[in-house]
Design a protein around this ligand. Sequence first.
Ligand SMILES: Cc1cc2nc3c(=O)[nH]c(=O)nc-3n(C[C@H](O)[C@H](O)[C@H](O)COP(=O)(O)OP(=O)(O)OC[C@H]3O[C@@H](n4cnc5c(N)ncnc54)[C@H](O)[C@@H]3O)c2cc1C
Length: 321
Amino acid sequence: MPVLVFLEHHEGELQKGALGVLAKAGSLGDAEVAGALVGSGVKALASGAGKYGAAKVYVADDPALEAPLPQPTVDALEQIVRAGGFDTVLFANSVLAADVAAALAARLDAGLNWDLTDLAADDGRLIGKRPALEDSVLVEVGWSSETRLALFRSGSFDPSETGGEAEVEEVAVELQDFSGLARMLEQAHEESSGPSIEEADVIVAGGRGLGQPESFKLCEDLAAALGGAVAATRAVVDAGWYPYSAQVGQTGRTVSPKLYVACGISGAIQHKVGMQGSSVIVAINKDPNAPIFEFCDLGVVGDVHQIVPKLTELVRARKGS
Ligand SMILES: Cc1cc2nc3c(=O)[nH]c(=O)nc-3n(C[C@H](O)[C@H](O)[C@H](O)COP(=O)(O)OP(=O)(O)OC[C@H]3O[C@@H](n4cnc5c(N)ncnc54)[C@H](O)[C@@H]3O)c2cc1C
């Protein structure tokens, strides 16, 4: 069962989501796992993939592949899949990966299961798990096509280093005529000082209990003291208190940090599904009957406006900053 994992990278770093999928692929019994790196000046990243379980990394390194555009990436992956005889191609969800996975499925006439949160191998068959009915149940899904494509929710798997080394094979990609029709004119970066919520080990999340948008400063200060990122519930995003890119939950991002501090968040199921994979959940809520206390590891009943600044002070004092 040769498995290929799309190794998305950004600013010279392999994405945590892709490394998590790589680690998952390596855990699927005796599957031969390879990675595909597509871009310009990316060869040096291949050794990093070896540490997370890729036995081989196919590198399509070409100035024509510099921009993270779907069609040239699909050209490269199609070539790698056909030449390597891969029957399974796995992706960690992102804007680019979702486009690439859908287009590759069309090119290969393959089935694509998306929004998966897990994958298991059973006697040569692959079984995917996908949340359904507003994430209240998990359904098992399979593939009827010979080539199987899967797109995983971000944060589904923890990247765990296995310490291996990858053989590197360079691939000369022939681009389709139409693949050069779209050009990247500009790439803009959202200004942010800390890690993204998908990458962060610590997340401080704010909800309606903060009372007003200005109070997000409490979460930002605590996140900065802990070296983490700030997230938000849909209620506050919809109210325009915080950007959508920070929303965690069913219609936002799925995160799995080591520590998730929920400040003034009730713990609705639609929020829970996006953060329940966190290793330790701490909740601060003034209502002792708030649903979040049913699934957090440590609950503090109290006012966020009093507790969060004290917590920040303590963390700063411990760190001596
Ligand atoms: C289809 C659908 C998709 C959705 N997708 C998402 C999603 O992706 N993400 C998401 O988050 N939600 C989502 N929701 C919304 C979800 O159902 C909840 O409405 C939302 O999560 C509630 O956000 P909240 O906890 O900030 O607000 P609330 O539910 O209003 O909770 C605020 C909490 O703050 C506490 N509080 C108030 N004042 C203080 C204080 N001073 N100190 C401490 N605690 C205080 C209250 O006791 C309360 O528990 C979705 C809903 C639907 C129907």
